[in-house]
Design a protein around this ligand. Structure first.
Ligand code: PLP
Length: 388
């Protein structure tokens, strides 16, 4: 039985502002040339935002191209009625050939061995070749153009090949060497795309969010390889790299909130939490927040992170527990049980995004988002708020 309570009575929850997501999509798209198509990257549950909800919203806006990481994500979208093209960016065991075929999914060919095994199943699965232009993750190596061309032609016969793509691994960097590397990746990919132009493959693409921001207008290669951008992180209002400026108006669409379960005085000289790692330096008021590392709040934030409450920063004290976190609210007036706190998002005049938290953790916003677990319920709101 589900007990109905308003989402502000939950323990730890996320509010996703669909209007902001829509704005991010429109602003990003408008920053590109008019006829660029967006392939929305909604892998990992749309970077934690809920893939079905995000896909439905985008489909309503006319987006017909989606990318996910694996077959389970793709099947979930089909079951939810998403009918556009769905590209699976990573490996699906060849035993799924029939599912791929029946659900009209497009599978990435990650290697020659893989392509051979998939073709041997006898299903003419829709597919795209991954072309490795220097990342050395998946795909056939673009340094051998003759061989790549041969592979593309072979599998255009044996499977239902509808595209080729490569991945730019330093498109978010402003370092001169990295820029040369990226242009070189694009150049290699273009040479290959030209060789197989006669196949008229509909999906030939190389840009992720960062590539679309920095490379698409600069490249004379636009007509062949720049017509589709795989938009991931910037759709969610986060940055590929912390140093990257985003187009005006793009902002995070997500607010992570939790609730105060208890407030109490703790005397100077006492210790807080597991390991007694934090010694209270003055008579303090300590509050308990009903979110912990099992919700995705990293333990690495102990003694350096904070949560926001009533427009103030309340420092995290002691170790973060599985389901609870302790904060010092001595300097914040009127904190009481049931009050909501903000872990990510806007609170009063304060803004703390997944990118900011990632900086504090020494990681990237992508990982912060993906680490927020499923038990943190997602709620969808439509109000337009200015986050930044
Ligand atoms: C995840 C992914 C993307 C999206 O990258 P962002 O940096 O989030 O825009 C694009 N292409 C491939 C192959 C990916 O794996």
């Amino acid at each position: 039985m589900e007990i109905y309570v308003s989402h502000i009575e939950k323990r730890s929850w996320i509010e996703i502002n669909l209007s902001q997501l829509r704005a991010n999509y429109i602003i990003y798209k408008n920053s590109l040339r008019r006829d660029v198509d967006i392939m929305a990257v909604i892998k990992a549950d749309a970077y934690g935002h809920g893939d079905v909800q995000v896909a439905r919203m985008l489909a309503d806006m006319g987006v017909g191209l989606f990318a996910v990481s694996n077959i389970d994500e793709a099947v979930g979208l089909r079951e939810a009625g998403i009918s556009g093209e769905i590209l699976i960016l990573g490996y699906s065991s060849p035993v799924y050939a029939q599912t791929l075929y029946d659900l009209n999914l497009t599978q990435t060919l990650v290697s020659e061995t893989y392509a051979e095994q998939l073709a041997k199943t006898g299903y003419r699965v829709k597919c795209q070749w991954a072309i490795d232009t220097g990342m050395n993750r998946i795909g056939i190596n673009a340094n051998n153009l003759n061989h790549c061309e041969q592979m593309i032609r072979t599998y255009a016969e044996r499977l239902d090949l509808n595209g080729i793509f490569t991945h730019l691994c330093v498109a978010d960097s402003s370092d001169e060497e990295d820029k040369i590397f990226t242009r070189n990746q694009i150049e290699k990919f273009k040479l290959l795309a030209d060789r197989v132009a006669d196949l008229k493959l509909p999906y030939v693409h190389c840009c992720n969010s960062a590539g679309g921001l920095s490379y698409i207008d600069n490249t004379e290669y636009y007509d062949t390889i720049g017509r589709i951008v795989r938009l991931g992180i910037v759709l969610y209002g986060l940055k590929p790299d912390y140093s990257n400026p985003l187009p005006q108006g793009i902002a995070p669409a997500l607010t992570w909130k939790s609730v105060i379960s208890m407030v109490k005085p703790v005397a100077k000289g006492e210790f807080i939490g597991y390991g007694r790692s934090f010694e209270v330096k003055r008579d303090s008021i300590i509050a308990t927040v009903a979110t912990g590392y099992a919700d995705g709040l990293s333990r690495l934030l102990a003694d350096k992170g904070f949560v926001m409450i009533n427009g103030h920063q309340a420092p995290i004290v002691g170790r973060i527990c599985m389901d609870q976190t302790l904060i010092d609210v001595t300097d914040i007036p009127n904190v009481c049980m049931g009050m909501s706190v903000t872990l990510l998002g806007k609170n009063g005049d304060l803004v703390y995004t997944a990118d900011d938290m990632a900086q504090d953790l020494g990681t990237i916003g992508y990982e912060v988002m993906c680490n927020i677990t499923k038990r943190v319920q997602r709620f969808y709101v439509n109000s337009y708020q200015d986050y930044l």
